[in-house]
Design a protein around this ligand. Sequence first.
Ligand SMILES: [Zn+2]
Length: 135
Amino acid sequence: METKRLKNVITFSPKYGYNTTTQVCFWCSKELAIIQLGKINDEDIKAPEFMVIDYNPCTECDEAFKKGILFISATNENNGMPQIVPGIYPDGAWCVVTDEGIEESDAFTEEEKGKLLKDRISLVTPEEYYKLFGE
Ligand SMILES: [Zn+2]
């Protein structure tokens, strides 16, 4: 128990004190929380002003995602973002299409529509994303 508690204690940064960053939602950039990082590594680097900690959507994004099928633009080239699934890096573009929008679309085969409506989420390349949604 003692060990677990101690793991959560930050090391105060000699240069930047609590060395705080603002956690933002990856999907909409909304500011979520102030996080104290303290001393980050041996170099004692300054925390970035904003930081994406994970891909969990904020409440608003979560609500938006529930309204349809989520398309996420992603690439297999390492763009500096954490992987969303192994070897795949999102680039920040996303769009939600309603079930009706999918059913009425001529961009998908019937088989693709069935899979989209079942999976509710689709990772597409930036090229595919542009073809579907413009920029
Ligand atoms: Zn959000």
